[in-house]
Design a binder for this molecule. Structure first.
Ligand code: SF4
Length: 185
């Protein structure tokens, strides 16, 4: 099997000092179908402004985002969640921004949880980036800024995403060959 080319780096977009990576290989776009990336606070206004300039942020968010219970985090021996905003889903549970030809329709302004991660990164690098993004989300909650207010509004409206561990379990399940495939009993 041919080795997959490494993703390119886009130096024109950075967040927290990280340069975004650009990859649309099947492995990387798998996340778009099962576990779309989370937004950091800076993504909220950027996405709304890009997609619907002038539209009320709450109204826009209701049509495009979901409140996720968020990642499980271990700190000082205690496990807790940091609730995050994530893209809304299509009927098949894929990200609503994923096109029929498996491209991101908002590539230029894709959320931090998408744009700065790819399947070719080491786990250590991915963890480093994720921790930095979640730190910004946690600060938004502590300050009660728009990110937290939108999350609460979406949750009250029942616009919620499955927990990330459930999404990951579904992705792993889909990766397994079906027991009912031809030749299996
Ligand atoms: S926003 Fe774009 S990159 Fe992120 S999950 Fe959706 S389609 Fe994929």
């Amino acid at each position: 099997m041919a080795a997959h080319p490494l993703p390119t780096i886009d130096p024109d977009r950075t967040e927290f000092g990280f340069a975004r990576s650009v990859c649309a290989c099947a492995v990387c776009t798998r996340s778009c179908r099962f576990i779309p990336g989370y937004l950091v606070p800076a993504d909220l206004a950027r996405l709304a402004q890009h997609l619907a300039p002038g539209e009320d942020l709450c109204a826009w968010s209701r049509g495009h985002l979901l409140a996720s219970p968020g990642a499980l985090v271990l700190r000082q021996g205690r496990v807790f969640r940091i609730p995050t905003l994530v893209p809304a889903r299509r009927e098949d549970a894929a990200c609503r921004f994923l096109t029929s030809d498996s491209r991101c329709s908002i590539h230029a302004v894709a959320p931090f949880g998408c744009a700065f991660f790819d399947d070719h990164q080491t786990a250590a690098e991915s963890d480093r980036r994720s921790q930095r993004g979640l730190q910004a989300v946690l600060a938004a909650w502590q300050n009660g800024d728009a990110y937290a207010q939108v999350w609460i509004m979406l949750a009250k409206a029942g616009l919620v995403a499955p927990p990330p561990e459930v999404c990951r379990a579904r992705m792993r399940q889909a990766d397994k060959p079906s027991l009912n495939e031809k030749g299996d009993v």
